[in-house]
Design a protein around this ligand. Structure first.
Ligand SMILES: [Zn+2]
Length: 419
């Protein structure tokens, strides 16, 4: 690809940037909190409309949970259907939902606004800016590589409840993506550090536990010795849980919620905690889960007459890690080579947070972090004195990242043709 053609695509994207920001504004102005199904569905309809202008057909798929909105699948089949078998399928992944309730947005005056080079608003970078990035890339591909664009079976898949980590979206994807799908490209935010564009090649897995301790209550004045203090037992268990954190093995265990007891003149008969464990390496992750569950056998608080506290640990949710792997590395290399042509720098990033990528990598080559850059995802508060600021997307990050994605996808399709 020569300089002139590259500059032509860049100019095309630059010229249209205001239109894309206007689409982003319309998306951000719809509250699509995971638990606001109506809002999620409204955003789904707007998104389907915008993609319909580009020849995409929409399928709305109900969530497993009736209080969540509908997942959205958008399809564009290759124009020459006789060759469909040989045509590559590319899946572009985003989500519809955000973490902000309408009340929270209102309370913190968190709404769409542009300040200098930043666009602020709920979901600006996580992930509505990513959905707009998908549009930019598809438009640029159609503009600059019309023949290749028409040959691809495009699937854009938008999760209605990514922020709630529900797994039914990935199941719906597996039912719909053909087995030969060339790549799952996830448009979560991509950081830029020292002019280096970070692409996500691995993510930690997450296990979510509930710890319940049953003790025996007693009058704290008259019969303290007959009580088995559930809070004291939980305190032991919490120390054991926290001790599993091992930064060297990139394993963390965070106890995030604790409750227990009723009144102070009673030995408490119950206490509860919630904890989550995260790790990159599948064996480290699985081993740690077993260690957590084994703590159930290790109750230490006993009343004088021999009542032992009962510790019950339940694994409520589990999302396996997306470790570094060859298929992801191969995709990363395509992006890296493209970046070199553009005098841009890219680097791989392993991220602690989950995305839909965690579900895809075992089935299809997966690369993540293809969205624009920004900051403060999941934060709606602004207080300059204490250093708090709201979620924003970096406006100047759109065009260079879209250019990189466009040329990398084109290179990926060339590779497909040669194979
Ligand atoms: Zn996200």
């Amino acid at each position: 690809m020569n300089r002139d053609s590259i500059e032509r695509i860049r100019n095309y994207l630059d010229r249209k940037l205001d239109d894309y920001l206007d689409i982003l504004r319309r998306m951000v102005e719809i509250n699509s909190f995971t638990f606001n199904a109506q809002g999620v569905n409204e955003l789904g309809r707007l998104t389907a409309e915008i993609f319909a202008e580009r020849g995409f057909q929409a399928e709305f798929v109900p969530s497993k949970r009736s209080d969540f909105g509908q997942h959205l699948f958008l399809y564009r089949k290759p124009t020459s259907s006789s060759m469909e078998q040989a045509q590559p399928t590319l899946a572009l992944i985003s989500h519809l939902d955000t973490v902000y309730s309408p009340e929270e947005q209102e309370k913190n005056h968190f709404r769409w606004r542009i300040e200098g080079r930043r666009a602020y608003g709920p979901g600006c970078v996580d992930i509505k800016g990513g959905t707009v990035m998908i549009l930019m890339v598809l438009d640029a591909l159609r503009e600059a590589f019309a023949a290749e664009f028409e040959q691809v079976h495009w699937i854009v898949a938008l999760d209605a409840s990514e922020e709630a980590l529900s797994e039914d979206f990935s199941q719906a994807c597996l039912e719909r993506f053909p087995a030969h799908t060339r790549a799952c490209l996830v448009f979560e935010a991509g950081n830029i550090q020292e002019e280096t564009f970070k692409l996500v090649v691995a993510r930690k897995g997450r296990a979510y536990f509930q710890v319940e301790v049953e003790g025996r209550s007693a009058h704290s004045g008259n019969n303290h010795q007959n009580g088995a203090n559930a809070i004291v037992q939980l305190a032991h268990t919490i120390q054991q849980l926290a001790a599993l954190t091992d930064y060297q093995r990139q394993l963390t265990l965070n106890v995030g919620v604790v409750r227990g007891g009723t009144v102070v003149n009673r030995v408490p008969h119950f206490a509860q905690a919630e904890a989550e464990l995260r790790a990159f390496s599948p064996p480290v992750f699985e081993q740690a889960i077993q260690k957590v569950l084994a703590l159930q056998e290790d109750a230490r608080v006993i009343s004088q007459d021999g009542f032992t506290c009962k510790v019950k640990i339940s694994l409520l949710e589990k999302t396996s890690p997306w470790p570094e792997n060859e298929a992801t590395q191969e995709l990363f290399t395509v992006w890296q080579k493209t970046a070199m042509q553009l005098d841009m720098k890219v680097a791989p990033e392993k991220r602690g947070g989950l995305s839909d990528g965690n579900f895809f990598w075992q089935h299809f080559p997966t690369l993540d972090g293809l969205g624009p850059a920004g900051n403060n995802a999941h934060c709606s508060e602004r207080d300059p004195k204490s250093g708090k600021d709201q979620e924003y997307v970096s406006i100047p990050s759109f065009v260079p990242k879209a250019l990189l994605n466009t040329l990398a996808i084109s290179a990926l399709l060339d590779k497909h043709e040669q194979a």
